[in-house]
Each structure stands twice: as C-alpha cells, then as structure tokens.
Design a protein around this ligand. Sequence first.
Ligand SMILES: NC(=O)c1ccc[n+]([C@@H]2O[C@H](COP(=O)([O-])OP(=O)(O)OC[C@H]3O[C@@H](n4cnc5c(N)ncnc54)[C@H](O)[C@@H]3O)[C@@H](O)[C@H]2O)c1
Length: 217
Amino acid sequence: MSQIERKTAGVPTLKRLPLYLRLLRQMQAAGDEYASGAVVAKELGLDPIVVRKDLAITGAVGRPRLGFQMDEIITAIEDFLGWSNTTDAFLAGIGNLGTALLGYQGFEQHGMRIVAVFDANPDLIGQTIHGKTILDIKKLPTLAKRMHVQIGIITATASVAQGIADSMIEGGIRGIWNFTPTKLSVPDHVTLQREDLASSLAVLSHRLLIGHRSIKS
Ligand SMILES: NC(=O)c1ccc[n+]([C@@H]2O[C@H](COP(=O)([O-])OP(=O)(O)OC[C@H]3O[C@@H](n4cnc5c(N)ncnc54)[C@H](O)[C@@H]3O)[C@@H](O)[C@H]2O)c1
C-alpha cells in the first residue's frame, strides 16, 4: 500500500494489530496458509466485527471461504504499522530499566533497533552493556543527526527527562518513547508516547479489589 493510500487507525486498533501479528506468525509457523478474521477473533477472545474492521484497515483483502493468505496479511499489518523497515533508536539512561530494555531481543521483530545508548554517569560511560558501549549523553544530538535516528527512548532519572528530550529533538529525533513519569513538552512535529507500568498495575489492582468486593457481597 502506498503512503498516500494509507489510512489512519485509532489507538485501540493500533494496539490490537501487534496481537494479531503475533498470532498470525505463530499460525504460519504451525503450517497454516490462510487465516480468517473469525479464527483470529476466536483465538484472541475478541469481537469478530472488531477484528474484521481492524484487518480491513491494513488494506489486506481476504479470499472467499479461505480468508487471508498468511504472507499477505502479515506483510499488510507490518507495512501498516511501519514495521517492515526497522527504525533505529537511541536509548538515554542505562540504569535498571534501560539495561532491561536494551537486553530485550524482541524489539527488532517489531521494527525497532537500539543502535546506541547514552548516560551521564562517568562511571558508566565507556562500559559495554549487551554489546553496546555506553556513550556520553552530550554526544547525543550530533550522533542523532549524523545517523538520522528517528526514535529516542528515555529511561533516565525523571528530573533530567526534559533536557534529554530537548537534545533528542535538537538531533532531529521525531518520536520519543518516554518511560519516566515526567510530563514532557515537545513541538508539534514530535510524537510522544509515554509508558507507565503503574497505570496498568492500577487497573489490575482496582479490578482485583472490585472482584473481591463482589465475591464478599
Ligand atoms: N514506565 C514505567 O513503568 C517505569 C518503570 C520503572 C522505572 N521507570 C522510570 O524510568 C526511569 C529509570 O528508572 P531506573 O530504575 O532504571 O533508574 P536508575 O536510577 O537505575 O537509572 C537511571 C539512569 O539515568 C542516568 N542518568 C541520569 N542523568 C542522566 C542524563 N542527564 N542523561 C542520561 N542519563 C542520565 C543515570 O546515570 C542512571 O544510569 C526513572 O525515571 C523511573 O521513574 C518507569
């Protein structure tokens, strides 16, 4: 699908598409050549109408009675999400969380490769973690420009997050994945995604609480 034809999707759809992709890759590995929206919906416990609409937005066209040809639907989802071309990313702040993210092998499958890591701690700069030499954060803008990096991941101490975001933007980075609790301000052309495990935990805890109450009452 060309850039011009590409439709936009809502956040819930964008969050479901990776789930479909994971399932479809598993089905393909198990030897399935076709997949229908109904099967995907059943496997994931989702409404078939929702799944049909989500898959339609990728531009993939199913065949009557067979469903989607596996390669076609997988490629359509990857193209739609922009995962067919791996995007290079910089990571700033290589403490507990930064080290864990750097060690995660799965990002490349999802179209993102961490190509350099940065920190401000002189004891860390120059050390190697998961095969990457830790660079001085001061070098980030120049290197980002030189390497045309698009994504910046912030896993540093919360109080320095805005300064790091500013230097990423100075280096031409257009997408920031912010793991710190700091609310960042960025210009309109920069896309921000904030990640907060605490909010997911809040949903879980609240649901457990409601569950306990309804059992007791
Ligand atoms: N999103 C989530 O759910 C979630 C979960 C855990 C932690 N966090 C947040 O992630 C961040 C990191 O947490 P952590 O436990 O890894 O902390 P940490 O203290 O282990 O690591 C922070 C790292 O940032 C580095 N740093 C400090 N100033 C810097 C600068 N100017 N430039 C570059 N690096 C700098 C430190 O040297 C350190 O290596 C914190 O802001 C924390 O609140 C978020």
